[in-house]
Every structure is written in structure tokens, then in C-alpha cells.
Design a binder for this molecule. Structure first.
Ligand code: NDP
Length: 283
């Protein structure tokens, strides 16, 4: 059994990007990301700080817009409009979830597709669907990179994704399909889940339930990627996979933390660099 080191793979991806940002800078092209955070959700604050840190490491200019909890839709849309037109900003992301009174869908739709580095805008989602995409969906792209690092061929494999959310499960399934896997998507209404998952050569869990995937659900020698981030009562982070009991059964497995998580930010940085290149006619 091999543990896939997401931290090391993410560090490698970020180093490649740092060199790319430096090369762009020599051509007089800067890379800028605007991060909007509304309210004081502690988890969102941690994510935003991590994104800022990654920008600093790579030489990407980051602008943070921390708005109060009572920000109105009009104020938020006005800020997005300003950033859509700001030349120094190549990527815009609005940290989700937003406070309840704000309309997330309208916010996602307001971000210019060219600057939508999370790839949540319907234009970008559609492009992912047809396999002709500008921006990779960050978490699924990170997972693909982890799978590729194992050296295991995806084409022709039985891949099962547990979860069908718009940000993880669905785009994950599309990326696997574009790589010629045979893909099954499972969700809360799936019957005989263990029967389906135990046929997977590659199993991706994106459920949001601690220790949900148990050894009986896993095929001997499978690649298991755990996207889940769950906080136990003890405060400890854990994934969706019962790591200790499943690991002996797989050929490769990601830990939590240190697996899929660090990859998501690296892919966000990659999208920001892509956006800057495209906006400067370098792609
Ligand atoms: P959602 O809650 O949006 O989706 C969860 C999915 O799991 C749903 O499709 C749901 O089915 C399915 N599900 C729930 N219960 C079961 C069950 N008993 N059997 C089968 N399927 C079930 O979560 P996200 O996709 O946003 O996130 C999933 C996990 O990944 C979370 O832990 C999240 O924190 C983590 N995450 C990690 C990221 C990273 O960077 N590593 C990034 C984003 C998320 P249904 O649709 O029927 O309700």
C-alpha cells in the first residue's frame, strides 16, 4: 500500500507555478487574484488565509475584500463589477458559503467567466461538460493530479465517485469520463452502495461523513482518494474513508489531512496563472 503525499505533490505543482509567475513577471505580466469573503465564518477565514499564503509564495498579487455580515446583494455585485473591470485582477473568487440573505447563484453568475478561477460559472461548468475547458474545477483537477502521480492508468478503469455536488462529485465524474474511464456516480439515494463501490478500480469519496467508506466497500488493490474534510468531536480532522482499516486493502490511498486538500489550492493558483496568460494573449 502506498500513501499518496498530497502535500509533496502540491508543493511540486506550486513550485512549477512560481517559476511560471516569475517568467511572466520578466515579460512585464503580473498575476492578480481577488478574494472576497463576507462575514466571519471561521472555516472560510482559514481557507482565505491559506489562499493568500499560497499567492504570496508564488508571487501572485492577492487582494482581499473582507465584507461585513450585513453586506447587501447590491454592494456585493457592485464590488464584483468593479473587479471584473480591474485590469490588474485576473481571477476573482468569492468564498462560499455566503451569509443566508445573499444569493450565491447570482453572485457566481456575476463573476466574469474569464476571471472565474473556481470554474463555478455556468459557462465554465458547460465547458467542463463538453471537455473544452479554460479552467479546471479545482478539487477534481487536484484529484486527477494525485491519481496521475500513482502511475495508474485511468483509461478503461471502473471509477466510482461517491457524491454528486456541483463543486466536487459532478465535475470529478466528468474529468474521469474525459479520460476514458467507466464512471459510476453514487449519492444518498443509491441502492447497494457497497456492491457498487467494491467494483471500483479507482474510488473517490466526496460525501462529508467521517469514516463512511469501510473496508467491505473497497476492492482489493484499488486506488482510494478521500476528498472529505470532517471535524471530529475531538477537534481532529478526518476524511470520508476509514483510513486505518481501508489502507491495507488498497494499492494507493490519500490521507486526510495531507491528501486532496492541499491540491485544491494549487489548482486554484494554476487557474489564476492561466487566467493571466489568457487575458494577456499569451495562450
Ligand atoms: P455536499 O454535501 O454538497 O455533497 C455530498 C454528497 O454526498 C451528496 O451528493 C450526497 O448525496 C452524498 N451523500 C450523502 N450521504 C450519502 C450516503 N449515505 N450515501 C451516498 N452518498 C451520500 O458536499 P461537497 O461535495 O461540497 O463536499 C464533500 C466533502 O468534501 C465534504 O467533506 C467537504 O468538506 C469536502 N471538500 C473538500 C475539498 C478539498 O479541498 N479537499 C473541497 C470541497 C469539499 P445527495 O446528492 O443525494 O444528497
Amino acid at each position: 500500500m502506498n500513501i499518496i503525499d498530497g502535500k509533496a505533490i502540491s508543493a511540486k505543482a506550486k513550485e512549477e507555478l512560481r517559476l511560471e509567475v516569475a517568467a511572466l513577471s520578466e515579460k512585464g505580466v503580473s498575476v492578480g487574484l481577488a478574494v472576497i469573503i463576507v462575514g466571519d465564518d471561521p472555516a472560510s477565514r482559514v481557507y482565505v488565509n491559506n489562499k493568500k499564503k499560497a499567492c504570496e509564495l508564488l508571487g501572485i498579487i492577492s487582494e482581499e475584500y473582507a465584507l461585513p455580515n450585513d453586506t447587501t446583494m447590491e454592494e456585493l455585485l457592485a464590488l464584483i463589477d468593479e473587479l471584473n473591470n480591474k485590469k490588474e485582477i485576473n481571477g476573482i473568487l468569492c468564498q462560499l458559503p455566503l451569509p443566508r440573505h445573499l444569493d450565491e447563484k447570482a453572485v457566481i453568475n456575476a463573476i466574469s467567466p474569464e476571471k472565474d478561477v473556481d470554474a463555478f460559472h455556468p459557462v465554465n461548468v458547460g465547458k467542463i461538460m463538453i471537455g473544452d475547458f479554460d479552467f479546471l474545477p479545482c478539487t477534481p483537477a487536484g484529484v486527477m493530479r494525485l491519481i496521475d502521480e500513482t502511475g495508474v492508468e485511468v483509461e478503461g478503469k471502473n471509477c466510482v465517485v461517491i457524491g454528486r455536488s456541483n463543486i466536487v462529485g459532478k465535475p470529478m465524474s466528468m474529468l474521469l469520463l474525459h479520460r476514458n474511464a467507466t464512471v459510476t456516480i453514487c449519492h444518498s439515494k443509491t441502492r447497494n452502495l457497497a456492491e457498487i463501490t467494491s467494483k471500483a478500480d479507482i474510488l473517490v469519496a466526496a460525501v462529508g461523513r467521517a469514516n463512511f467508506v469501510t473496508p467491505d466497500m473497497v476492492k482489493e488493490g484499488a486506488v482510494v482518494i478521500d476528498v472529505g474534510i470532517n471535524r471530529l468531536e475531538s477537534g481532529k480532522l478526518c476524511g470520508d474513508v476509514d483510513f486505518e482499516n481501508v489502507k491495507e486493502k488498497c494499492s494507493h490511498i490519500t490521507p486526510v489531512p495531507g491528501g486532496a486538500g492541499p491540491m485544491t489550492i494549487a489548482m486554484l493558483m494554476a487557474n489564476t496563472v492561466t487566467a493571466a496568460k489568457r487575458q494577456n494573449n499569451l495562450l
